[in-house]
Ligand binder design. Structure first.
Ligand code: ZN
Length: 504
């Protein structure tokens, strides 16, 4: 008697490792010690647990209470363990039945009056509790999110008292219910006028999962185009959507459970810090690149971004994972995002515009473009110009543009071919796979070699051209890559066609 064990879950990256809360009561001058939490978190937890127990009309034991959170080396943010600690105190002092606790896991922060407050990472906790074969009890505001796990049983409670009533068997807790998913209805491509070239590039990007750079003057519609990409990507599978939802769940910014099947679209401002972009913090949280997992990351004004922040993108752009090191601890977050970047063609934004209003010197334009590192540019398969629309194109009426749904049908057909052929999207093909699946006729091979020579492209860029050509062929339903597919693909390496040519 005097010892209780309660199961709980910590938050570490997108995982929810098991934590055992051991509560031991002994004689002596009444006090409460919590072992295994940082000092400040311990103080606050003590106050909340004591107050919640008293408010729920239970007795706070006048004994020596020792609480141990094991294992000791796990990352532990304070609040989520309030509920298991309070239950441990009540069970160890015989106020609720000990044996009732074993098949449950609990997370939840307590308010001073015993109400249960939202915690981060309820979805990963639910996924892992299900694997352990235990029922998870979460605060009511976390219910919809935790219910996305589906496999296990998740119950919700509003107060400590409700949990205790369920444990003594007087009133059952309600099951968590996932809201009906709303049909994804992001902004639609039919609202984009003109820009046939950019729409085509967007469709290719979607079909092959290629990164895309849009170059054009202010107001030409770069943001408008980028925000339409999620809507034409193949529908996310449940496994993919669940991965993205788990990241949102631990982000501390909340997750809208009704929109979990939508592909994420993140558009951070260029003043965002490296930590905001890639993730970090004392108990690391995911950054924008992870919040865009299986979706789209839009970086506007690319040359304005802190170069160091952009450099960090290189690794996740290749591997789909970002590793955050913090003191002795390492933490990984998935970050398989599709990048859409945008920039003006020159510092004033009007280079190449027929109005001739650009007065930037060639040198200034060079400096501006040099702010984007070659290795980053190398990783962007499609680079296109988006011109300002002539006023005639903006007149009302005319032929309505194609809708996102129509374009998505073609994208899904092209992606299906890729999955059958290589088990992945074309943009993810390795070098050897590219050589194997993107073969050219002898004539086209020479054509490609001439282009590589003339544009002074790296081997990496050459492989990217081949993969884009493969996607163009897939969109055409063509078994082989023909000359037209290849020349179109070469045309999408806009920034590499020799210095200064863009402005000409
Ligand atoms: Zn200019």
């Amino acid at each position: 008697m005097g010892l209780a064990l309660v199961h709980s879950r910590a938050r570490a990256g997108v995982r929810a490792p098991a934590v055992t809360v051991e509560v031991h009561l002994a004689g002596g001058l009444p006090r409460m010690n919590i072992v295994g939490l940082p000092e400040a978190a311990v103080r606050e937890a003590k106050d909340r647990v004591r107050s919640a127990i008293v408010c729920a009309q239970f007795e706070f034991p006048a004994r020596v209470i020792t609480v141990n959170l094991a294992p000791a080396d796990l990352p532990k943010d304070g609040g989520r363990f309030d509920l298991p600690i309070a239950l441990g105190v009540l069970a160890a002092s015989g106020q609720i039945p000990l044996e009732a606790l074993a098949r449950f896991e609990f997370v939840g922060e307590l308010g001073l009056t015993g109400e249960l407050r939202l915690v981060d990472g309820a979805l990963p906790a639910a996924l892992e509790a299900a694997k352990a074969g235990r029922t998870l009890v979460v605060p009511a505001p976390n219910g919809a999110e935790a219910a996305l796990s589906r496999d296990g049983e998740v119950l919700t409670a509003r107060t400590l008292l409700e949990v205790c009533a369920a444990l003594v068997g007087s009133r059952a807790l309600p099951h968590a219910v996932a809201p009906a998913p709303v049909t994804p209805r992001g902004p639609d491509l039919d609202e984009v006028r003109g820009q046939a070239h950019a729409r085509r590039a967007l469709e290719i990007a979607a079909a092959g999962n290629h990164h895309l750079l849009l170059i054009g003057p202010p107001g030409c519609g770069k943001t408008l185009l980028a925000s339409r990409l999620p809507g034409i990507l193949p529908q996310a599978g449940e496994a993919e959507a669940l991965e993205a939802a788990a990241i949102a769940s631990v982000s501390g910014r909340g997750l809208d459970p009704s929109r979990w099947l939508e592909r994420p679209y993140r558009a951070p401002h260029h003043t965002a810090s490296a930590v905001a972009l890639v993730g970090g913090g004392a108990l690391p949280r995911p950054g924008e690149i992870s919040l865009a997992h299986h979706g789209v990351l839009f970086l506007d004004e690319l040359p304005e971004w802190d170069r160091r922040a952009l450099e960090v993108l290189r690794e996740p752009l290749e591997s789909g994972v970002v590793t955050i090191s913090r003191a002795a601890r390492q933490c990984e977050f998935p970050a398989r995002f599709q990048l859409v970047a945008a920039m003006n063609p020159c510092p004033c934004g009007w280079a190449g515009d027929p109005s001739g209003r650009c007065r930037c010197s060639g040198e200034a334009i060079q400096r501006y473009r040099a702010r984007i590192s070659g290795p980053l540019l190398d990783r962007i398969d499609l680079q296109i110009e988006v011109p300002r629309l002539p006023p005639a194109d903006l007149r009302p009426g005319g032929v309505p543009a194609e809708s996102s749904a129509t374009v998505r049908t073609r994208v899904e057909a092209a992606r299906a071919l890729q999955l059958v052929r290589a088990g992945k999207a074309n943009a993810q093909l390795g070098q050897a796979e590219t050589m194997l699946t993107c073969t050219l006729s002898e004539h086209d091979q020479r054509l490609l070699e001439q282009a590589v020579e003339a544009m002074q492209l790296s081997a990496r860029s050459m492989h990217r051209i081949l993969r884009v050509a493969r996607t163009i062929a897939d969109l055409a339903g063509s078994e082989s890559i023909v000359t037209a597919h290849l020349t179109e693909a070469i045309g999408y390496r806009r920034l590499e066609r020799g210095p200064g040519r863009l402005a000409a």
